[in-house]
Design a binder for this molecule. Structure first.
Ligand SMILES: O=c1[nH]c(=O)c2[nH]c(=O)[nH]c2[nH]1
Length: 350
């Protein structure tokens, strides 16, 4: 679609079409003048998209569709609370170019589909529900070219009361969120990406950062023993989707992150840098989980600075390694994406 930003109202009293500046054969929409701003008009062509332009991406859907599903097939109930977003890309672009809605599956209908499929098929993992939605939209609407579904799962856990798992009571345990995205193009296999977000952890020792660039810009001293705190986010791509136990793999990767950050309970694990901890996690995940082809890990370095108490007589003579100032921003931001050199090698082993 060709849009020409045009100041047609300037100096004309507003709202009048300037024939010279807006070429013939175009529809002119005059937007009302904003207070204290110049009148801006938009010229929209009725022809096909300007040949000088091409689509990079287009799609439409409903975001943040909230859903609680309760399984009640016995006295023991189970719940899943999801926030689902849908996005369809149609084979034709006539909706964008001409405003022709004949092929448009309304975002409202997309939202209804989420509830209807949850009722008909139930809900197991976020990934399986996203895969179900993708295959439904592609099968039902032959003119849909691509479907992208994202699901964020809320961290509900069954309550334990008097040492026993409760039949129908749950507690919100926001240790971290389970997210996922499934992207399926017509005629292709779905690409499943799972994520883990917002896992805030802190350890009080077994972390150092020394021997980094020393020049006129450096003020940070070598730190042989420091607090290490971060909010881990991670996402990994699957190289298959059939027969995968997504829930089990999510727990496996959560455990790897915990193991490589915390280490054994008595001794911990030494971290010479956030970068190295990120890499240890990625290496272990790609080694232990053959179903994934790559993994991204992001670890902001949430700084805790030692408070300078040296001027205070009562405590000044003693080293302070107990009282710290938590610093919200800025934080260091360390990330890496690690992939298999040859994803086919692992596929053949599966
Ligand atoms: O583990 C760290 N990596 C860095 O790159 C860095 N930079 C910094 O100021 N502190 C740290 N810590």
């Amino acid at each position: 679609m060709e849009q020409v930003m045009w100041d047609g109202g300037r100096g004309t009293g507003g709202g009048e079409v300037d024939e010279e500046r807006c070429p013939a054969g175009v529809i002119v929409t005059l937007t009302p003048a904003q207070p204290n701003s110049e009148l801006v008009s938009i010229c929209t062509t009725t022809d096909n998209m300007n040949k000088n332009f091409k689509w990079v991406e287009r799609g439409y859907g409903k975001n943040s569709i909230k859903l609680l599903h309760v399984r009640r097939d016995s006295a023991v109930h189970s719940i899943k609370e999801f926030v689902v977003s849908t996005q369809l890309t149609l084979a034709s672009d006539k909706d964008y170019i001409h405003g022709d809605n004949a092929d448009v599956v309304a975002t409202d209908s997309q939202k209804n589909t989420v509830y209807i499929l949850a009722k008909k098929h139930g809900v197991t993992s976020p990934e399986d529900f996203a895969l179900l939605l993708c295959s439904h939209f592609l099968a039902k609407y032959p003119h849909v070219q691509e479907v992208v579904i994202t699901v964020d799962a809320y961290p509900w856990r069954r309550q334990v009361v008097e040492g026993r798992a409760h039949n129908h009571s749950f507690i919100y345990s926001p240790e971290c969120l389970h997210t996922c995205k499934v992207d399926q193009k017509r005629g292709e296999e779905p690409l499943v990406t799972t994520g883990l977000e917002g896992m805030r952890v802190l350890k009080t020792t077994q972390s150092a950062f020394v021997n980094f660039v020393s020049d006129e810009f450096r003020t940070l001293p070598d730190m042989k023993d420091r607090i290490f705190s971060t909010i881990v986010s991670s996402s990994w791509q699957y190289n298959k989707h059939k027969g995968v136990d997504f829930g089990k793999i999510w727990v496996t990767i959560l455990k790897i992150i915990n193991d490589k950050f915390s280490g054994p309970p008595d001794t911990g694990i030494f971290s010479p840098s956030v970068q190295n901890t990120v890499h240890l996690i990625q290496q272990a995940a790609l080694t232990d989980v053959p179903e994934i082809s790559q993994i991204k890990v992001t670890m902001p370095n949430k700084h805790y600075y030692t408070v300078d108490l040296s001027k205070f007589k009562e405590v000044g003579s003693k080293d302070n390694n107990e009282v710290f100032l938590p610093v919200d921003t800025p934080s260091g931001n360390i990330m890496a994406v690690l992939s298999r050199e040859d994803p086919c090698q692992v596929k053949s082993k599966l």
